[in-house]
Ligand binder design. Structure first.
Ligand code: ARG
Length: 523
């Protein structure tokens, strides 16, 4: 039965439990009855601490109140099939525990849905939304640097997760940086690459190294007063839709796109918000306001997206910018019931807590950073070879790439995104602790066990056994593992709401540890 809830408590089940509790002891808000994951395994799988705070208003003592809630719970049809009799502990804590039979069946359903394209029996959302995730958003004509690292990693992960939940996700790069530096580049192109100003030829002009181009233009800008004036006028022309300037912008965008592709792997007192300057030019806030109209207000027939939720994944330094932009957009009537959310993250710092920079003090280019992680991972693999001086074969170079890039991504995701993050190759590439190498090791080990048990070759991607008729949980370590596994839908829906990917990392780390507590024997 497709509609059957296979694992964990579904949002509907949880809702039913909460509202059953609510009808038995009014008045209070739904927040008071929050059923939360148990803080210790002894307490079961979930706990409800509502009785203590509700007792007074219900005119009962806390234990009586808890008893009433439990009566309400037990009257929910099907409750007994899933949960043991709720237990009231201490002053009125209610402990909820899955039945063993339910756990075994839930695990069986997850296992049967584990192959390519499988969902591990996680149900899709019942409230499908159109969600825009604005992330990465590098600046045109400049190289991506370490500041774009977190936005790219966190935004990518959130997009994948929301899509998995069943939403319609649009990943957007906000190319909203149209300041004076563009006037500068356009005017520089006018002199050095005149073909870039012609619509017919602009996209195919080879502008060479964009960073060099930017530096050359900047040098002229700083040294030549006339050029500076031209640059300022140039950006206003660009914003006014001047044909030559637009062609030049297109050629810069085309060149930037080529650059960015190189980094993709596989997969107080009132502050005014400026939207137009005295010379007629627009700025960052203006493009964001215009973008909001496109994202939530305009109909698709007018080029709009009609999104229900828009997420902006940027550094915390832009919080005020977004606060003002969101407020202005609401005031202007662009936004009615869509939700605009800034998803801020902290700074990337060096191990010393200072600005993360190269030895000479320059910003670190993203490409160099990833290359370095891959190099260190490769060195480590090399040192484990029978002959450490041998070059790595192709397959192991691939492993180094997976481990290196995985380490950078996972280190970022496993941190609370709002904290500043100390970048350390040593820590992120360590085999101990909550790191990518540990997780990859756990994954490889699991695959190894499955291969052995099912007689599959090591050369191909592992296939999970299609069906097993029953899962028998006989040891406590197994039970702890399964209890953890069936919480996957809870964790995913938490991240869907609060947008903290580190919760998922913590969960996966915990799952791997519990997996490693179990002993395996192939018979
Ligand atoms: N390009 C900006 C930066 O590098 C981020 C843009 C974020 N998105 C937005 N809609 N403002 O910091």
């Amino acid at each position: 039965d497709d509609n059957e809830q296979p694992s964990s408590m579904s949002p509907e089940e949880r809702e039913a439990i909460i509202s059953a509790a609510a009808t038995n002891a009014k008045p209070f808000s739904i927040m008071d009855t929050m059923v939360t994951p148990a803080t210790k395994p002894e307490f079961g799988d979930y706990q409800c601490n509502a009785a203590m705070s509700l007792a007074k208003s219900a005119g009962l003592n806390p234990r009586e109140c808890a008893t009433k809630i439990v009566e309400g719970l037990k009257s929910i049809p099907g409750f007994d099939d899933i949960m043991e009799d709720p237990e009231i502990a201490g002053p009125g804590f209610i402990n909820l525990k899955f039945k063993d039979g339910y756990l075994a069946e839930a695990a069986r359903k997850m296992a049967a849905d584990a192959n390519e394209g499988g969902r591990l029996a996680v149900p899709k959302t019942g409230h499908k939304q159109k969600i825009i995730v604005d992330f990465s958003s590098p600046n045109i004509a400049k190289e991506m640097h370490v500041g774009h690292l977190r936005s790219t990693i966190i935004g990518d992960t959130l997009s994948n997760l929301l899509e998995f939940a069943g939403h319609d996700v649009l990943r957007l790069n906000h190319v909203g940086d149209w300041g004076t530096q563009f006037g500068m580049l356009v005017e520089h192109l006018r002199d050095e690459f005149p073909e870039a100003l012609n619509k017919e030829t602009s996209k195919n002009v080879d502008l060479g190294d964009l960073v060099m181009l930017y530096k050359a233009a900047k040098k002229r800008f700083d040294a030549d007063e006339d050029f500076k004036v031209r640059a300022r006028e140039g950006v206003v022309k660009l914003q006014a839709g001047d044909k030559e300037a637009l062609a030049a912008w297109e050629s810069l965008c085309a060149a930037s796109r080529v650059e960015y592709q190189k980094y993709t792997n596989r997969d107080g007192s009132p502050l005014p918000m400026l939207i137009r300057k005295s010379d007629g030019g627009f700025n960052y806030a203006t493009t964001d306001l215009a973008a909001i109209r496109h994202r939530v207000q305009l109909d698709p027939s007018d080029g709009g997206e009609k999104a229900d939720r828009v997420l902006y994944v940027t550094d915390a330094g832009q919080s005020q910018h977004f606060e003002m932009v969101f407020a202005a957009a609401k005031k202007a009537g662009f936004v009615t019931d869509s939700s605009l959310e800034h998803v801020p993250f902290g700074l990337v710092q060096g191990e010393d807590g200072k600005k993360f920079a190269t030895r000479s003090g320059d910003t670190v280019k993203l490409k160099d950073l990833l290359d370095e992680a891959i190099r260190i991972a490769g060195e480590d693999i090399k040192s484990r070879q029978d002959n450490p001086d041998d070059d790595l074969p192709e397959t192991l170079l691939d492993v180094a790439k997976t481990v290196g890039i995985g380490a950078v991504k996972y280190a970022d995701l496993s941190m609370n995104r709002e904290s500043n993050y100390k970048f350390s190759y040593g820590r992120m590439l360590s085999l101990n602790g909550n790191t990518a190498p540990y997780m990859l090791y756990a994954y490889a080990r699991i695959c190894g066990i499955v291969r052995k048990a099912t007689g599959q070759s090591e050369d191909a991607k592992v296939e999970w056994p299609e069906a097993c008729s029953e899962i028998i949980i006989s040891h406590d370590a197994e039970k702890q593992l399964v209890r953890n596994l069936v919480k996957l839908p809870d964790i995913l829906s938490e991240v869907e709401t609060d947008l903290y990917p580190n919760r998922l990392c913590d969960y996966l780390f915990e799952t791997s540890q519990k997996f490693n507590q179990v002993s395996y024997r192939v018979i």
